[in-house]
Design a protein around this ligand. Structure first.
Ligand code: ADP
Length: 265
């Protein structure tokens, strides 16, 4: 299996007037092509720092990061980023929002436009191509934001708490929806979340971080014996509770003050 991401002994600390804030320590893991990996950890432990580093926004102080076998700085950095806010521009239609990345990267061709239209059609936004973002629900907006990222054919998608701005019920359906699209498109994804249920319902593997400076406490493979392996079916499966309690136990091992929902009994 081809490895898309490889992090080896990565360290990082923020330096400012008040001194040093160690954020990440000895982070080593890899992600295979097509894998969906979730990272969970206490609030403020260094999860966003980790993603910023993979996106090339900040450089590790120690260790190496490779994308598809090349050092990050030499690679094409073909990375998709999805954030809490969908960053859709109100003055552009949904179609024009979706092709924005293609425009910026000078990749707008008949072929890429056709792909944008195809994705909008497949994922139910065909009737909203000419609509403005404010005319769409929160879930549809996140879909449009995902399609904007997918048309750039990224090697890996980085998802930084992409559903946490939504209310609980919407978060469930949008999480399921976005997870399914990523699986259908066979994309490699790395999701950072403080929501254990979200991690278990979407990921093939969950990496549990300690409190800051984050180190890897445990990596848990998540496998469900389901005919139709969707997020909703996972949440209703008997294994779900087992994984939830296992990860919860790992997270709270040091009496860490974790901000996640309570374990299920
Ligand atoms: P998480 O995403 O897990 O909540 P972050 O990666 O955002 O955590 O932050 C990890 C730690 O680094 C936190 O303690 C945070 O306060 C600190 N931090 C984040 N950004 C900066 C910065 N620009 N300067 C100094 N400290 C920072």
């Amino acid at each position: 299996m081809k490895q898309i991401l490889q992090m080896h002994d990565v360290n990082y600390a923020y330096h400012n007037m008040d001194g040093e804030t160690k954020a990440l320590q000895d982070i080593t893991f890899s992600i295979d092509e097509g894998e969906f990996v979730a990272i969970v950890g206490p609030s403020g432990c260094g999860k966003s720092t980790l993603l910023s580093m993979i996106a090339g926004l900040i450089k590790p102080e120690g260790g190496t990061i490779e994308l598809s076998g090349s050092p990050l700085e030499e690679s094409k950095k073909n990375i998709g980023y999805m954030l809490q806010k969908d960053q859709l521009f109100e003055w552009r239609t949904i179609y024009h929002n979706v092709i924005l990345g293609l425009e910026i990267q000078h990749m707008l061709t008949a072929k890429t436009k056709a792909r944008a239209n195809e994705l909008l059609d497949i994922y139910g936004l065909d009737k909203f191509k000419k609509a403005k973002p404010s005319e769409l629900s929160g879930g549809m907006r996140q879909r449009a934001a995902l399609i904007r990222t997918l048309v750039l054919e990224p090697d890996i998608l980085l998802l930084d708490e992409p559903f946490s701005a939504l209310d609980y019920q919407t978060r469930l359906t949008v999480g399921d929806d976005i997870g399914q699209i990523i699986k259908n498109e066979k994309k490699t994804a790395l999701l950072v979340t403080h929501d254990l249920s979200e991690a278990i319902s979407l990921a093939d593997r969950v990496i549990v971080l300690t409190k800051r400076p984050a180190t890897i406490r445990q990596t848990i493979s998540v496998k469900f014996d389901l005919e139709e392996d969707t997020a909703m079916h996972r949440r209703n499966a008997p294994e779900f509770k087992h994984y939830f309690n296992q990860i919860w136990k790992e997270l709270t091992q040091d009496g860490d003050d974790v901000k996640v929902s309570e374990p299920v009994s």
